[in-house]
Design a protein around this ligand. Structure first.
Ligand SMILES: NC(=O)c1ccc[n+]([C@@H]2O[C@H](COP(=O)([O-])OP(=O)(O)OC[C@H]3O[C@@H](n4cnc5c(N)ncnc54)[C@H](O)[C@@H]3O)[C@@H](O)[C@H]2O)c1
Length: 262
């Protein structure tokens, strides 16, 4: 159980056991939130919760009953949930569309699209009753342009659209909804993917304006800001946190991002 007082406001983080999720847990605990780490991987979720004085609980975004049960558990056992970071996602490796595995397609849509939608409705229910809350979804820069992430990219584009829908539907009922869109972020899972040769950090760094990839805590900083009262006038936006990767795209037509050494 968390070493925190009942005065603290409650934040729930799906995918809280992952790289960006743990960074959110750490940041929101420092900001004084009571944090619930929700994940399918309970071993990791417990470790993250122990490291940061949070509470771990199981959720499976592929299962609506599990999402509903987790939301009800948080409200009943921890307290009124006033912030939700919907971070959990099924990731994907690059491939050509004709090589798309159908089962993986279904799993990605189930978790990222349907699961995120159900997470917002389940955790939003209590916020609607109380007329207050803030939600941040997690998209990706793959939402904005073509990429070889054939199922993942479309689900992230849909999450942006979904977040705007919720922002307008629930805005006058006291709930803000925004979407943070990370670029390549050096989480343990992505580092492992580099090590396996599935992704190349050097080609990714070359596409950034800043000449470096994103750190998980930099994504968490944006999420924490949008969840906080300081972002009280912000809803229905998508915020790239990508070291300027989206900004560089047309520079490739002119020889790429300038190298300060040349
Ligand atoms: N790391 C990046 O480069 C990057 C870039 C763009 C967007 N993102 C997004 O950031 C978010 C976090 O990614 P990450 O890099 O920390 O990945 P990660 O794999 O470290 O974390 C994802 C977490 O989600 C959990 N999860 C997966 N399926 C689940 C399910 N069905 N139910 C419950 N939990 C489930 C996993 O157990 C894991 O803890 C994701 O939404 C991802 O799409 C990441």
């Amino acid at each position: 159980m968390a070493a925190s007082s009942s005065q603290e406001r409650v934040a729930a983080i799906t995918g809280g056991a992952g790289g960006i999720g743990e960074a959110c847990v750490a940041r929101l605990r420092r900001d004084g939130w009571q944090v619930v780490v929700l994940d399918r991987d309970m071993d990791l979720a417990r470790q993250v919760a122990d490291r940061h004085g949070a509470i771990a609980h199981e959720i499976d975004l592929a299962d609506t009953a599990s999402i509903d049960a987790a939301a009800a558990w948080v409200e009943r056992e921890v307290g009124p949930c006033s912030a939700l970071a919907a971070v959990a996602a099924h990731l994907e490796n690059p491939h050509m569309p004709e090589r798309q595995d159908e089962a993986e397609w279904d799993a990605i849509l189930r978790v990222n699209l349907t699961g995120t939608f159900r997470t917002l409705t389940a955790f939003g229910a209590g916020m609607l009753e109380r007329g207050a809350g803030s939600i941040v979804t997690v998209g990706s820069i793959t939402a904005f342009n073509s990429s070889p992430l054939q199922a993942y990219g479309p689900t992230k584009a849909a999450i942006i659209n979904m977040s705007r829908n919720f922002a307008v539907a629930w805005g006058r009922r006291g709930i803000r909804v925004n979407c943070v869109c990370p670029g390549p972020t050096r989480t343990p899972a992505v580092e492992a993917s580099y090590a396996r040769g599935e992704r190349n950090p050097d080609t990714m760094i070359r596409q950034t304006a800043l000449g470096r990839l994103v750190k998980p805590e930099q994504v968490a900083n944006a999420i924490a800001f949008l969840l906080s009262d300081e972002a009280g006038a912000i809803t229905g936006i998508e915020l790239p946190v990508d070291s300027g990767t989206l900004a560089t795209q047309l520079w490739s037509l002119y020889g790429g991002v300038p190298d300060p050494r040349t």
